[in-house]
Design a protein around this ligand. Structure first.
Ligand code: UD1
Ligand code: CA
Length: 450
């Protein structure tokens, strides 16, 4: 059965008190919307439709960045969740499979839960995701009879008896696409909020003789974000789960509470992550690599046997091959560092290729930017870059070549050659002795004159 995802994200999110649309606030370095899209991706959706309203342009851009095939439809006025779903109808006109509705501000729904809903769909026309709420608060209440879901009572409209029900609506609904849209079209807004409630489709479905049921999940999965405080709590939950998952996968975290993950961080078995390490998006650390304390990594790949840090920064496009050593106060960006190369201290390597086993001395800088363009530095295998070398790109240093420390290298250094580019040293005999004497006499005179 093919599936379409409809992700609701038009709401203003007033309580976020932000210019940024609510669904674009990040958790683990990715917008909440992307978390919802990722969860939905487990169902292999044929079509993904995002319903956007506030900040629709930015929402559309974020959705496309994650999935270039995602479509965004506009809900110009937020008249309720049923009205929001109705906006997706034209985008799914020719679609014949199942539709599943997710919320863009509910980022933690598990793939397994959505799969369970898809399975329940083979026996029921409409499937709603519910949970036992510790504090049901203002959630919609699921009114059941045996396995059958009879209707959903929104808090504002519920009787005291209905409010006593603790089985609550997560908002996730699955049905055949055409059935969903027909039901949604029949929803009115004669209720306490004056909104078109998506939840009304259950009562309408039952009245038409269609079947409906509830699939249950843990409350933590349905956690929604409505305020900055809830966003912080959601981030903390996300980090706790990411740390636990990494430990379960065989990663050594010396101080798990101090390691921060992105939504897509991949750490191999027996990788060692020391204290206070931050992972931005798109990082892969292979088995057995070691990331030492206070390092910051994003958009990079660290191969087996490599060590990074302490106090290192790997930026997008840093590719460290096997057994590379990157030490303290080293920044690497958009550079391939081949097997066994060492960049141990106080260095910037940007837009570069560093050959296998090459040693980069302390204080080396690839001068990659001329103020307008970026240029590449290429260094061969088994080369030795002397301390405090400036490599003014574009420039190439050959295999087994050297640069003298303190050089400003502006021309290519051929294979096996030594590049020296600094003033020659001149020693002036006895000069220092005479200079010291002069300075000491001057000081003695100043003291006397006071
Ligand atoms: C909704 C459910 C409630 C459920 C709760 C779970 C309805 C009527 N109620 O209530 O049963 O327990 O979620 O969190 O569905 N949105 C739009 N356009 C709109 C209105 C909302 O896109 O016109 C989007 C919002 O951006 C948000 C989602 O739909 O992502 C939920 O809307 P919200 O207003 O937060 O619904 P609740 O009142 O929380
Ligand atoms: Ca809500």
């Amino acid at each position: 059965m093919s599936t379409a995802l409809i992700i609701l994200g038009a709401g203003m999110g007033t309580r976020m008190n932000s210019e940024l649309p609510k669904v674009l606030h990040p958790i683990g370095g990715a917008p909440m919307l992307v978390h919802a899209m990722r969860a939905g991706a487990a169902l292999n959706p044929e079509i993904t439709v995002i319903v956007a309203g506030h900040g629709a342009e930015a929402v559309s851009k974020a959705a496309l960045a994650y999935d270039p095939d995602a479509q965004t439809v506009l809900q110009a006025e937020q008249l309720g969740t049923a009205h929001a779903v109705a906006q997706a109808r034209p985008a799914l006109e020719d679609f014949d499979g199942d539709a599943i509705v997710l919320y863009g501000d509910t980022p933690f729904i598990c793939a397994e839960t959505l799969e369970a809903m898809a399975e329940a769909r083979s026996a029921y026309d409409v499937v709603v995701l519910g949970f036992e709420a510790a504090d049901p608060g203002r959630y919609g209440r699921l009114i059941t009879q045996g396995e059958t879901l009879e209707r959903i009572a929104e808090f504002k409209d519920a009787t005291n008896e209905e409010r006593a029900v603790t089985l609550c609506n997560s908002g996730v609904v699955a049905a055949k696409s055409s059935v969903l849209f027909d039901l949604v079209a029949a929803v009115g807004n004669d209720n306490a909020a004056g909104e078109y409630y998506l939840t009304d489709i259950i009562g309408l479905a039952r009245a038409k003789g269609l079947s409906a049921t509830v699939v249950r999940c843990a409350e933590a999965e349905t956690l929604g974000v409505n305020s900055r405080a809830e966003l912080i709590a959601a981030e903390a939950d996300f980090q706790a789960r990411a740390r636990a998952a990494a430990i379960e996968d065989g990663v050594t975290l010396l101080a798990p509470q101090t390691v921060f993950f992105a939504y897509d961080t991949y750490l191999g078995r027996d990788a060692i992550i020391e204290q206070n390490v931050v992972f931005g998006p798109n990082v892969t650390v292979e088995s057995g690599a070691k990331i030492r304390a206070f390092s910051h990594l994003e958009g990079c790949h660290v191969s087996q046997g490599a060590t990074v840090g302490p106090y290192a920064r790997l930026r997008p496009g840093a590719e460290l091959q096997e057994n590379v050593h990157v030490g303290n106060f080293v920044e690497i960006k958009n550079a391939i560092v081949a097997e066994g190369a060492k960049i141990n201290h106080l260095t910037y390597i940007g837009d570069a290729d560093i050959g296998a086993r090459t040693n980069i001395g302390a204080g080396t800088i690839t001068c990659n930017y001329d103020g307008v363009f970026k240029h590449r530095t290429v260094i061969g295998e088994d080369a030795f870059i002397g301390s405090n070398t400036m490599l003014v790109a574009p420039v190439t240093v050959g295999h087994q070549a050297m640069t003298a420390s303190g050089s400003v290298i502006t021309r290519d250094v051929p294979d096996g050659a030594l590049g020296v580019a600094r003033a020659r040293q001149d020693n002036k005999a006895s000069f220092a002795v005479r200079m010291f004497e002069k300075l000491k006499n001057l000081k003695a005179k100043q003291v006397k004159d006071q």
